[in-house]
Design a protein around this ligand. Structure first.
Ligand SMILES: [Zn+2]
Length: 154
């Protein structure tokens, strides 16, 4: 199944989640967005997936943004003064991501396509945001497994 189908199924699951949580209109829109995007997450283990293309762009951007803001906040002169350490920190994170994706990436529809991975994903979302988004994240991830007919615990 390709990403538009997964995203559509995720959006439908998002409507259900928003309905059962009794969310207001804005929260419902955020929930539907979160479930739709989370429905793409399991295919990070596939080299040509949409979510992988997004991660290949987002990881370097986030790595360098973080390297700059942790060294300098928004002072441009400071960025030039610290350009070597910013470059090294940014490249270290990008390098780590590339190493993981090249050598440690689980096989497609392996451990990443399991209920355990869905639970870990929900937990990570919970740590980074709150329980509503964690439920939405888990629901999106689960909708992907359901659509792939990959309901394994581990
Ligand atoms: Zn899949």
């Amino acid at each position: 199944m390709n990403w538009p189908e997964h995203m559509l199924i995720g959006a439908l699951a998002g409507v259900l989640v928003a309905y059962f949580l009794g969310a207001d209109l804005l929260t419902s829109a955020l929930i539907i967005g979160m479930v739709s995007v989370s429905a793409l997450a399991p295919d990070i283990d596939h080299d040509s997936s949409k979510i992988r293309q997004a991660a290949n762009l987002a990881v370097p951007l986030a790595a360098f943004s973080f390297a700059i803001t942790s060294a300098c906040e928004n002072n441009l002169q400071c960025v030039f003064a610290h350009k070597e350490s910013i470059l090294i920190n940014g490249l270290a994170v990008v390098g780590l991501y590339m190493l993981i994706m090249t050598f440690l990436k689980p096989r497609h529809r392996g451990i990443i396509h399991t209920l355990s991975a869905a639970a870990v994903f929900g937990l990570l979302v919970y740590i980074l945001s709150d329980s509503t988004f964690a439920i939405a994240g888990f629901a999106g991830y689960f909708s992907h497994l359901l659509a792939d007919r990959q309901i394994k615990l581990i």
